[in-house]
Design a protein around this ligand. Structure first.
Ligand code: AHR
Length: 503
């Protein structure tokens, strides 16, 4: 058996964990909204048409914030289409996903759904085909108490109290040529600055997220952040990062090492933010909103086939990745990476939530079930609260195509306000278990309370409606605690949650 060790100390703190790093995302795309969260006529639908079985799975996931309504969709979206009597709302072509948007679910309905899901809305404004004027109007509509055109329209449409949406995205992936209204970094920086300024004049309590690069591989990456932040640094609160991974060459060790790329990406964006701040002699520190992350590649081919057959349909089954066990392991490592960067990553959204590259799947008229990637997010959100600790980990390493010295054990820890500690660990080894020794003497009396393990002998194992618990958490060995030292076995290829409670 391989061996690894970890030293933890309550004083080695990275920072407070912002619970919003356990957020998610619902876009008007595919079957995320229509035939996902909303399916009137389904036996589980409530009086608004929202599926109760889906809501229950979302509640159990504990997502404190849900980004909405896009994504690429938002860059061609008129928010005004989504309010008022449903029958009068226009049907429009959505040029992002080549479908027809019926606007049956809009702002009011989504705010209601988010309340039922125990979540907050993170609302994206359209800075693609529209601009600062539409953006400040939707803030007035959503958040102003009343007595003005837009706030009174909200009241007339049935919502007396303001929605109080606190978090706003200034467009989506505006550096991407695929985006409606794609801009240069300078053009975007200017419009983001003006939109943020006016939105905050309407409601000074809001926070806004500027679009960083669509991903780390964009040729404009770095230059985009530096230039656009040069135009809007003082007005914005966060910079967004997006990243999706795939394993098309079936290289599991290489795939599981991808969180190293993520860490590098985060650190580079932090450096650029600080460089812009430094150049401006600003005391302000910008934080990061990793508002799209996931594995995304399983469904690419299928999407091309769907579009060949049915452009402009409604609720097409797009981006329906079926996640396997190795995807869950990478999701675990991604969450560990966010915790390791908890001082600067304050928001993160698993993209997306239902049916579209999602932890939750549904069948039209049928069941709803959790995919493999559901579990690491659920565990991290349930137990990864409080303070992120900086562990000293010593682990065997391996080399793969893109990285050298990949730690076999990817691990971190959090401590809650009562002094209970949770260790999150992925064993990336394909074949061998690892004996992890944790030095916890600095915490005084701790007892091993629970060991949760996600493991499957087949890295390609998936969950289905018929077999929804094929890949599901189970109780681990629990380990042995002696004199402030814990010895615990991490199975080969496993996600582990080790909960230690004050004795
Ligand atoms: O999440 C799917 C898409 O990925 C989003 O619409 C877009 O922002 C990203 O490219």
């Amino acid at each position: 058996m391989k061996k690894a060790s970890m030293i933890l100390d309550r004083d080695f703190a990275i920072g407070a964990v912002d619970p919003r790093i356990y957020g998610s995302f619902i876009e008007h795309l595919g079957r995320a909204v229509y035939n996902g969260i909303y399916e009137p006529g389904h036996p589980a639908a409530d009086e608004q048409g929202f599926r109760r079985d889906v809501l229950e799975l979302v509640r159990r996931l504990h997502v404190p914030v849900v980004r909405y309504p896009g994504g690429n969709f938002v860059s061609g979206f008129n928010w005004e289409d989504s309010v008022g009597p449903v029958k009068q709302r226009p049907h429009r072509l959505d040029l992002a996903w080549f479908t027809t948007e019926t606007n049956e679910v809009g702002l009011h309905e989504f705010v209601d759904w988010a309340r039922k899901a125990n979540s907050q809305v993170m609302y994206a404004v359209n800075l693609g085909t529209r601009g600062a004027d539409a953006a400040r109007n939707v803030v007035e509509y959503a958040n102003h108490r009343g007595g003005t055109y837009w706030s009174d329209l909200r009241i007339k449409n049935g919502a007396k109290d303001p929605f109080g949406i606190k978090l706003w995205c200034l467009g989506n992936e505006m550096d991407g040529p695929w985006q409606m209204g794609h801009k240069t970094a300078y053009e975007y920086g200017r419009v983001a600055n003006e939109a943020a300024k006016m939105m905050k004049w309407v409601d000074p309590s809001i926070e806004v997220v500027a679009c960083g690069s669509a991903n780390h591989d964009m040729v404009t990456f770095g230059e985009w952040e530096y230039t656009m932040l040069g135009e809007c640094y003082d007005q914005v609160d966060y910079v967004s990062l997006h990243r999706y991974y795939g394993n098309p060459t079936n290289d599991t060790p290489g795939f599981l090492a991808r969180s190293m790329d993520l860490d590098e990406f985060i650190k580079t964006v932090v450096s650029i933010c600080d460089a812009v701040g430094g150049r401006r002699k600003s005391k302000k520190k910008l934080n990061l909103s990793f508002d799209e992350w996931n594995v995304w590649y399983h469904s690419n081919q299928q999407d091309q086939e769907i579009w060949k057959q049915d452009k402009w349909g409604r609720a097409l089954p797009l981006l329906e990745d079926i996640y396997n066990f190795e995807d869950a392991l990478l999701a675990g490592s991604i969450l560990i990476t966010f915790l390791r960067n908890a001082d600067r990553v304050k928001i993160a959204c698993l993209a997306q939530l239902v049916n579209v590259i999602a932890p939750i799947m549904t069948r039209n008229g049928g069941g709803a079930w959790a995919q493999t990637i559901y579990y690491p997010l659920m565990h991290a959100s349930l137990y990864g609260r409080g303070t992120a600790l900086r562990p000293i980990v010593s682990s065997p390493v391996y080399d793969c195509a893109d990285y050298e010295n990949v730690p076999v054990v990817d691990a971190t820890a959090t401590m809650d306000d009562d002094g209970n500690v949770t260790i999150f660990a992925v064993n990336r080894d394909m074949a061998e278990d690892v004996l992890l020794t944790c030095d916890l003497r600095a915490f005084g009396d701790l007892k091993a309370a629970e060991h949760i393990v996600l493991h499957h002998d087949d890295v390609k194992a998936v969950n289905t409606e018929e077999n929804p618990e094929n890949v599901a958490p189970s109780a681990g060995s629990g380990g042995r605690m002696d004199g402030g030292r814990l010895e615990i076995c991490l199975r080969n290829l496993s996600w582990n949650v080790i909960r230690l409670a004050k004795a």
